[in-house]
Design a binder for this molecule. Sequence first.
Ligand SMILES: NC(=O)c1ccc[n+]([C@@H]2O[C@H](COP(=O)([O-])OP(=O)(O)OC[C@H]3O[C@@H](n4cnc5c(N)ncnc54)[C@H](O)[C@@H]3O)[C@@H](O)[C@H]2O)c1
Length: 193
Amino acid sequence: MSFIGTGLINRHIEDYLAATGWEFDQITVYDRDAGYANRFAAGLHGRGGTVRVTDSAERAVRDSDLLVFATTAPDPHVTDPRWLAHHPTVLNVSLRDLSPEIILASTNVLDDVEHCLKAGTSPHLAEQRTGNRDFVDGVLADVLHGRLRPDTGRPLVFSPFGLGVLDLAVGRFIHREATAQGRLTGMDGFFPE
Ligand SMILES: NC(=O)c1ccc[n+]([C@@H]2O[C@H](COP(=O)([O-])OP(=O)(O)OC[C@H]3O[C@@H](n4cnc5c(N)ncnc54)[C@H](O)[C@@H]3O)[C@@H](O)[C@H]2O)c1
């Protein structure tokens, strides 16, 4: 796998992958700041595979089946669809690294279509380019429910505008604690339906 961008978010993603038992033959690390990339590589949880730091975005993209973008790039800097000729799975967390050409050549799964097609994200640029949303294959729920089986003959790009998972976890914790302490106040008719 490749980490592209080695700031706070990719550190947490790496923590998560380690904590949930993922193992990789090789990990490639790229950041436009080599010092950040080296520090990130030195702090990786050891899991047996080789670790390579590269100064080439192309190398990082071509190297791996699984790519995680978490940069602060405001505009696409990965623009050539041929870099993804090996059809990797791309976690497009920072949302603005990929050119519309790459989006249009890929299977695209979003978390929420309305959220994601705004603010100059790569899928938003693709919508502006084509004038339609035909390139959107589905949302995360479609994959989880088995309604969408991604085409393995193209890159697979998952673009999450923000799942709010932390909000859900905190809300659940507060609900559980309030219930246990008898401090829960029910609101009848909260959901109109
Ligand atoms: N989609 C989501 O749900 C979600 C949630 C949280 C954060 N984010 C996004 O994740 C991104 C990363 O956030 P962070 O807190 O880790 O930022 P950060 O500033 O800690 O790290 C960003 C890293 O990207 C590197 N970088 C910038 N441009 C680059 C380029 N063109 N190529 C390679 N590396 C480059 C920087 O040198 C830096 O090391 C942000 O864009 C943030 O908005 C997305």
